[in-house]
Ligand binder design. Structure first.
Ligand code: HMG
Ligand code: MG
Length: 302
């Protein structure tokens, strides 16, 4: 299949990245990061999570973040919502999109949201229905699509079944999470093709963590099968608190470099995005560490 002419990047750094930081990131820094990312032209910036602050204290201020950001026309600001109390908090700050998050592995579902896959889907159904009734778009995540930190291999059929359930409850798109970043291209391709056959390839996004350095290769394999939406985190921030050892998402800088090199449009200003990466890394007290940022820094000092 021909490669897509354009790819939609869903920037998840302010949520997936910052949810995993040991230090508390001040609300003002989160707001400045989201604003810099939207100013770079990103069509979607995941800006927070209305989850239990007892479970993920790093996201406790998501309401304040959403209330303070400058909403740029052309950018959506999805937030994670696990249940009806979370939806209430999200609607109070007028979110435009929520994401419910299920898993393809029972053990991960239990660790992450304290219930079985079936119970989580039952819990998400009224959330999705109420969100859509309020005019809020609903996205669905599936974790552990290419492997589980507790169970190992995960059958593709289970991923397809969860994707179908999320689609049936009104998710406009389902994002395939390689939560622990263990997948390799043939596996990624198979998962994308199977879920794409069920939902339509345009409704399937790629959400690959880069623990084993496979994320770009996995994305390319799926682009060749018609994928056109990629989740990534500025400077490769993050991980998942319930997936020990998992690295951050594939870095947005690295995805942009690859896509630009292949003539695939994203609408994102690379320099502005790289500056957003430098900004958040300085705030976290570390050097930018996407491969592209490292290469550019080395070139400047050469
Ligand atoms: P629970 O303990 O089973 O449920 O947690 P609960 O209803 O008993 O709630 C516990 C306490 O939290 C209660 O407070 C609730 O009121 C409160 P208490 O009565 O003890 O004072 N609470 C809330 N507070 C604010 N907002 C809420 C909310 N809900 C409950 N929405 C629950 C179940 C789902 C709430 C919990 O497990 C949870 O919040 N989990 C979220 C975990 C999480 O955020 N993980 C990271 C994101 S997922 C991810 O990173 C993967 C992804 O990137 C894709 C990939 O890479 O694969 C998306
Ligand atoms: Mg993730």
């Amino acid at each position: 299949m021909a490669l897509p002419k354009s790819v939609r990047i869903v920037e998840v750094g302010p949520r997936d990245g910052l949810q995993n930081e040991k230090t508390t990131v001040p609300t003002a820094v989160k707001v400045a990061l989201v604003d810099r990312l939207s100013a770079a032209g990103l069509p979607a910036v995941e800006a927070g999570a209305f989850v239990s602050p007892k479970w993920v204290p790093q996201m406790a201020d998501s309401g304040a973040v959403l209330a303070a950001i400058r909403r740029r026309p052309g950018t959506r600001y999805p937030v994670l919502v696990p249940n009806l109390p979370g939806l209430e908090r999200a609607l109070a700050v007028k979110v435009d999109e929520i994401a419910v998050f299920a898993a393809a592995s029972e053990s991960f579902s239990k660790q992450n949201i304290n219930c079985s896959i079936a119970d989580s889907l039952d819990r998400f159904r009224p959330v999705a229905e109420a969100a859509r009734a309020a005019g809020v778009a609903v996205r669905g995540y599936i974790s552990c699509v290419l492997g589980c930190p507790y169970e190992g291999e995960v059958p593709v059929a289970r991923v397809v079944a969860v994707a179908q359930a999320l689609s049936d409850m009104g998710c406009y798109e389902v994002s395939l999470g390689d939560t622990v970043g263990v997948g390799t291209p043939a596996l990624a391709r198979a998962a994308f093709v199977e879920v794409g056959a069920a939902l339509g390839p345009q409704r399937v996004a790629l959400h690959f963590h880069d623990t084993y350095g496979q994320a770009l290769a996995n994305i390319l394999a799926c682009l060749e099968e018609g994928a056109a939406t990629v989740d990534s985190a500025v400077s490769g921030l993050g991980g998942c608190p319930y997936a020990p050892g998992a690295a951050g998402n594939v870095a947005t800088e690295d995805v942009l470099y690859m896509l630009a090199g292949m003539g695939i449009a994203t609408g994102v200003d690379f320099e502005a995005l790289a500056e957003a990466g430098a900004f958040i890394c300085a705030a976290l007290g570390r050097a930018p560490n996407s491969r592209v940022a490292l290469a550019r820094a080395a070139k400047k000092t050469a």
